[in-house]
Design a protein around this ligand. Structure first.
Ligand code: ATP
Ligand code: BUA
Length: 350
């Protein structure tokens, strides 16, 4: 059974064809810089991105009549849980009104358009905003502000299920704590098959491009000093924060090289990054009163044994640490929708 998976990123898109979950082809469409500059609001890039996918499918020259469904990365939809959702007109309307302009918001509309061309259904799976937080974890000290689930759920849930297999436990009866270490970092505790708490990209460790948690009184001063608009401060926090702000580059490997050469500032930044990751893990461990079955480090930066070693040293008193490096989003997308088409999982509608 063929599944076409579509994953729009900030400056590129991954499009992969699977047949019975074996990769047939995998293309990384890098968007033209001029195109991105011409459409600074990501949702306005819809037509250009759709044409790029249609052209790719034409180039492949493949018979698309046997594609069973389209699987897409889910965007910023409020009030949804983990798992599969069928793309509907109602979902598309809600994505148009999403409060965060994120490339993942284009996954559903792109899949829906291609699905309509082929006469098949399209789905999203484990969206960024899949929100299963415990009620007590939502409360903050300002009554108008409730915490939300927002994390790298697609990769993290797949890796939590994988970890459960490795430790010989049923995912639905285990407590697995996951850290996703990519250009953005996020953290989650999965308990009895639900994502009961997270530390999102603005709540914990800084990452290559994101600022992470910033003490709010200092942040407010900064906004007023620079007279930042909402868009400007969001760019500071989400694109030019973290290593970009501290080192002038989002390249973690560059930081590691400078660390290896003995550069004093790089040493502090590297150690601080590992310390902050460990603190985020420690914070989530108390959600299940320390009864964590396993901690898993995933994402591209988890390929660095030196970095994961430093995190391990600080957190392995909580639980055994596993490293499942890389991001596994495409196969996780296809796998989820494969189970829906096979009747092993249900797809909801919003
Ligand atoms: N082998 C490696 N070991 C450690 N870090 C690496 C390795 N290769 C790339 N990186 C770093 O990974 C970071 C980018 O991660 P990635 O390629 O996963 O980005 P992304 O897909 O945009 O991130 P996200 O997972 O947040 O969506 C960069 O800082 C890069 O330097
Ligand atoms: C926490 C944000 C998730 C993402 O950027 O993919």
């Amino acid at each position: 059974m063929k599944i076409l998976a579509i994953n729009p990123g900030g400056t590129s898109m991954r499009v992969t064809m699977y047949d019975d979950l074996k990769e047939v082809w995998n293309e990384h469409i890098v968007l033209d810089e001029d195109f991105i500059k011409s459409y600074p609001v990501i949702k306005d890039q819809f037509e250009g991105r759709l044409n790029a996918i249609i052209n790719l499918l034409k180039e492949k020259g493949e018979d698309l009549n046997d594609v069973a469904a389209i699987a897409a990365r889910g965007g910023n939809l409020l009030g949804i849980e983990a798992g599969a959702y069928e793309v509907t007109e109602e979902m598309l309307q809600r994505l148009k009104e999403a409060d965060i302009d994120h490339a993942s918001n284009l996954g559903a509309p792109l899949a829906y358009s291609i699905g309509n061309l082929l006469g098949i259904k399209s789905y999203i799976y484990d969206a960024v905003t899949a929100d299963e937080l415990n009620d007590v974890s939502r409360i903050t000290g300002i009554n108008e502000i409730r915490r939300r689930g927002r994390a790298h759920n697609l990769n993290m849930r797949a890796m939590a299920i994988e970890t459960a297999k490795i430790i010989g436990k049923d995912y639905n009866k285990a407590n697995i704590l996951i850290a996703h270490l990519g250009s953005g970092f996020s953290f989650a505790i999965h308990s009895n098959g639900r994502i009961i708490d997270v530390i999102s990209d603005d709540e914990g460790a800084f990452s290559p491009e994101r600022a992470g948690f910033i003490p709010p009184y200092r942040l407010i001063d900064l906004i007023f000093e620079h007279k930042y608009t909402k868009n400007e401060i969001m760019t500071v926090l989400t694109r030019s924060g973290g290593l970009m702000s501290l080192m002038g580059s989002t390249d973690f490997l560059k930081l590691e090289k400078a660390f290896d050469s003995g550069d004093e500032w790089s040493n502090i930044v590297y150690e601080a990054m590992a310390l902050n990751v460990a603190k985020s893990i420690g914070k989530l461990s108390v959600v299940v009163s320390g009864k964590v079955d396993a901690i898993t480090l995933t994402g591209t930066i988890a390929y660095s044994q030196k970095f994961t070693g430093k995190i391990k040293d600080r957190v392995e008193f909580i639980a055994p640490v596993h490293v499942l490096a890389g991001e596994h989003e495409m196969v996780s997308l296809a796998g989820g929708i494969y189970r829906v088409i096979n009747g092993e999982e249900n797809a909801r509608k919003i």
